[in-house]
Write a protein that binds this ligand. Structure first.
Ligand code: MLC
Ligand code: AMP
Length: 509
């Protein structure tokens, strides 16, 4: 008996509209990719990847600017049964080196201006193939991936995948320590896409305005999958730009963003109900949406933002209802197929309004961290629930509230920043005795990365030179926006730095 193909691309293709000449992706430079174009272009890339003779389950690491071609490359990787590993374009060489050494991708695809250093470290780590995506690298006549794909057939039979076969690895720091690759299977992604299609009432005429990056769960999975599994068109903009969004809103019906996007839209004088009159749904997630933003947005746009909750290891977990009350300051109810519980420290379940650790179970929960079985085991309860590292409660109407995090994590404009990583770099500087990195409230980014530093006796270091130094080492969004120098870090009786005291002290400044 022939079993159904669990390959996520097969699920998308089964839901493409009957008219495949209709537009699937519209770009800002007015290029239009029909569903047929997407099918044929992804087939060409799949054939090229196959021609490389990669091992089953080979990782394809990608650090490229957002484009329709980048999305098609993702689809081709799914189709050909390989594992997609997206990387933030802001990552610097030391960050990229870590991911490549850890994940051992057989193929690396990067932007033309980074080809020199990326190819060097990829080949050192054992990668077999390094490509640019569309334009060739400067000074080289080796063609780009797309140029090479042109020579291949535009027909490709999507590889048969089992539900548990890996589709993607997303690096995240989870609760502690260095970045870990969260392994997501075809079934993880498919189950979530199906749950969200139903939860958010996607309909055939929807047009998604896509402004999120394509290297995180939110933009790559929640947004793109939503349109693809529904056969809906997407307008794919290269990045979030509030004035651009105003121009496209009248032609769109669904928009997704991190809270910073909503804060920035509200800063636009021209943002109005009139512009939103064809919109069906605004969705927010990845970081807490302030009640004030939620309410002001309601008044200005006439729409109630639907807030949902998720993470790299689990994709989406809960959502406010499409019909029924969308409660600001909450992340709604567990999605179909996902179980969420709140646990006390003594491992009993919390009652209504009782705050505890958020744990989850469901077909959406990842397969574990790449090459880290012990770490994976630590993050699951004995009865198989994943410990999210978030702290929350269910209210009297069963809405989930996220109250805080047990993990030491800063979320700035929807990007996660791990204080430990930044503290390590600062502490390694010869002038520094010790440091603590904290998040302080920030109007636009939600939290702003802030460093509090104790210098070595007689050492001198200015805020500016430290910031410049850090910018050569890590992605700029991780670099502290502000630095305070202090004589001594406050510690508790156990010797642990009291970050809550630092937050209190510096947020009042
Ligand atoms: C950019 N900068 C940031 C920043 N983004 N600083 C702090 N936090 C951020 N998020 C810095 C840049 O490094 C630069 O610094 C300066 O701000 C201006 O850069 P820019 O490129 O002009 O910024 P901009 O393009 O406006 O980007 C801001 C943004 C972007 C909000 C549009 O950060 C963004 O798209 N965020 C979304 C992240 C996301 O997709 N998260 C989902 C994760 S998935 P300098 O020093 O160089 O001047 C997830 C799971 C789930 O969490 O539930 O969804
Ligand atoms: P990431 O590791 O990038 O997947 O980030 C996941 C984390 O983002 C979660 O563990 C939460 O802490 C946070 N998060 C996601 N959605 C929300 C939300 N709606 N409100 C508050 N925090 C959120």
């Amino acid at each position: 008996m022939r079993t159904a193909n669990a390959n996520l691309y097969a699920l998308f293709a089964a839901n493409f509209p009957a008219d495949r000449s209709a537009c699937c992706i519209e770009t800002q430079d007015q290029r239009y990719f029909s569903w047929d174009d997407v099918e044929r272009a992804s087939a060409k890339i799949s054939n090229l990847l196959w021609s490389l003779g990669l091992q089953p389950g080979a990782r394809v690491a990608v650090q490229v600017e957002k484009s329709a071609e980048a999305l098609i490359l993702y689809l081709a990787t799914l189709r050909s049964g390989y594992v997609y590993l997206p990387l933030n374009t802001a990552y610097k060489s030391a960050e990229v080196a870590y991911f490549i050494q850890d994940a051992q991708p057989e193929v690396v695809i990067c932007s033309p201006q980074h080809f020199g250093w990326v190819s060097q470290l990829a080949f050192q780590a054992g990668s077999q193939h390094v490509f640019t995506l569309d334009a060739p690298a400067e000074g080289r006549n080796a063609g780009s991936l797309l140029q090479r794909a042109m020579a291949h057939s535009d027909q490709f039979s999507t590889v048969m995948s089992a539900p548990d076969d890996l589709a993607a690895i997303l690096y995240t720091s989870g609760t502690t320590g260095r970045s870990k690759g969260a392994m997501l299977s075809h079934q993880n992604l498919a189950s979530n896409a199906l749950a969200l299609r139903a939860a958010w009432h996607w309909n055939k005429d929807d047009v998604l305005l896509h402004t999120l990056p394509l290297f995180h769960v939110h933009g790559l999975f929640v947004a793109s999958h939503g349109a693809l599994i529904n056969g809906s068109k997407m307008i794919l903009l290269p990045k979030f730009d509030a004035t651009q969004v105003l121009a496209y809103l009248p032609r769109s019906t669904v928009f997704m963003g991190v809270p910073t996007y909503y804060v920035r839209l509200l800063q636009e004088e021209l943002f109005s109900k009139e512009l939103c009159k064809n919109m069906r749904l605004f969705i927010s997630g990845s970081a807490p949406l302030l009640l004030d933003t939620f309410q002001t947005f309601q008044t200005r746009s006439g729409h109630t933002i639907l807030e949902r909750y998720g993470m790299s290891e689990t994709t989406m977990l809960s959502s406010n209802p499409y019909q029924g009350e969308r409660r600001g300051g909450t992340v709604g109810f567990p999605l179909a197929g996902t179980k969420i519980r709140i646990m006390n420290s003594d491992n009993t379940t919390c009652g209504v309004d009782e705050i505890g650790d958020i744990q989850v179970q469901g077909a959406n929960v990842f397969k574990g961290y790449w090459n880290m079985p012990e770490k994976t085991a630590e993050e699951f309860s004995l009865d198989g629930y994943f410990k999210t590292g978030d702290v929350g409660k269910f209210d009297e109407k069963s809405y989930l509230h996220i109250i805080g995090r047990s993990k030491d994590l800063i979320i700035s404009g929807g990007y996660n920043v791990y204080p430990k990583e930044i503290e390590g770099l600062i502490d390694d500087m010869p002038e520094v005795a010790e440091s603590a990195v904290i998040g302080l409230p920030h109007l636009e980014f939600g939290e702003a990365v802030t460093a509090v530093i104790v210098l070595q006796a007689k050492a001198q270091l200015s805020e500016q030179s430290l910031i410049l130094r850090l910018k050569t080492m890590i992605a700029n969004f991780k670099v502290p926006k502000q630095i305070f120098f202090i004589q001594e870090l406050p510690r508790n009786a156990m010797g642990k730095v009291q970050k809550n005291l630092l937050r209190q002290q510096y947020q009042q400044r």
